[in-house]
Design a binder for this molecule. Structure first.
Ligand code: CP
Length: 310
């Protein structure tokens, strides 16, 4: 299905491949809930996790996925002083050095959009994008789709409200691409400064004037983290004003369908993007997203590296 390929973004991933990954992930979720969570599928394969940016969910879930598949994993925090990046080594030199050690897969998170694509053209290992700048975060979109599918089963035709900092969000971009591929209807809302003008022409979404409009009758509400580390100054008046205008609370969720779910890729700025009561409320599937992250990353590693049946 995606055996032997890179996973750099959702643009070239057709619907049947997405469904194949989600079906495979379902099996790995069942394995993750067993007392003994390990299968031998990737025994003898080498997986490198190279993270140039901070991460809790993605890094830990890729590490766990590799362990659960019995791969040999090495985890590298390239942003600190533990690698030769601190001595000025370039991304390419570091990747080629690691590749020379016969890695089968390199999972990379990097602040520069396009860094995984750059490596994919230059090293022998399969490259998996764990988030590149403002560009894409494909495994996040896949785990989000898995979470939505667990509630609604049929993804085509679902109404999704995507709220907040869309401009800087690689999570939004990967979801917009994948949801269009699957025939889902996406409405976006947020500060004008955080929604690119061309967004809806490119991704086929509908832009709403208010958060309430976007949420009206939605099956899924996906709130996005304010990516303050990527913002130039002047894009937001203040966090307090953002929370008042665009923060989601329990009253606003009443606009959605009765069975609607509330998602957030994490980490959540409580009291800013989401009121605390909805983060922990009955509609929240934020921790389901985290659990599904391990299953999806197991499926992606397994399918790309061509392991045996789990
Ligand atoms: N959703 C996500 O990418 O979270 P982390 O930054 O913790 O990996």
């Amino acid at each position: 299905m995606i055996r032997g390929q890179h996973l750099l973004g959702m643009r070239d991933v057709p619907a049947d491949t997405i469904y194949g990954i989600l079906d495979t992930a379902r099996g790995f979720k069942e394995i993750s809930r067993r007392t003994i969570k390990k299968v031998p599928s990737l025994r003898g394969r080498t997986v490198l996790n190279v993270f140039y940016e901070a991460s809790t969910r993605t890094r830990v879930s890729f590490e766990l996925a590799g362990k659960r598949l019995s791969a040999d994993g090495v985890n590298i925090s390239a942003s600190g002083s533990s690698t030769s990046t601190a001595k000025g080594e370039s991304l390419l030199d570091m990747a080629q050095t690691l590749d020379a050690m016969q890695a089968d897969a390199v999972i990379i998170r990097h602040g520069q959009s396009g860094a995984p694509h750059y490596l994919a053209d230059r090293i022998g290992a399969r490259v998996i994008n764990a988030g590149d700048g403002q560009h894409e975060h494909p495994t996040q979109a896949l785990l989000d789709l898995m979470t939505i599918r667990e509630r609604f089963e049929k993804l085509e035709g679902l109404d999704v409200a995507l709220i907040g900092d869309i401009r800087h969000s690689r999570v939004a971009r990967s979801n917009l691409i994948a949801m269009k591929t699957l025939g889902m209807n996406v409405r976006v809302a947020g500060p004008a400064t955080l929604i690119p003008n061309e967004l809806c022409d490119v991704y086929g979404c509908v832009r709403c004037d208010t958060v309430e409009q976007a949420m009206e009758g939605a099956h899924v509400v996906m709130s996005l983290r304010l990516q303050r580390e990527r913002m130039v100054s002047g894009l937001l008046p203040s966090l307090r004003e953002y929370a008042i205008e665009y923060g989601i609370n329990a009253k606003m969720l009443e606009k959605t369908r009765n069975e609607a779910i509330l998602m957030h890729p994490g980490p959540v700025n409580r009291g800013v993007e989401l009121a605390a009561d909805v983060v922990d409320g009955p509609r929240s599937v934020i921790l389901n997203q985290v659990e599904n992250g391990v299953a999806v990353r197991c499926a992606v590693l397994y399918l790309i590296l061509g392991g045996e049946q789990p």
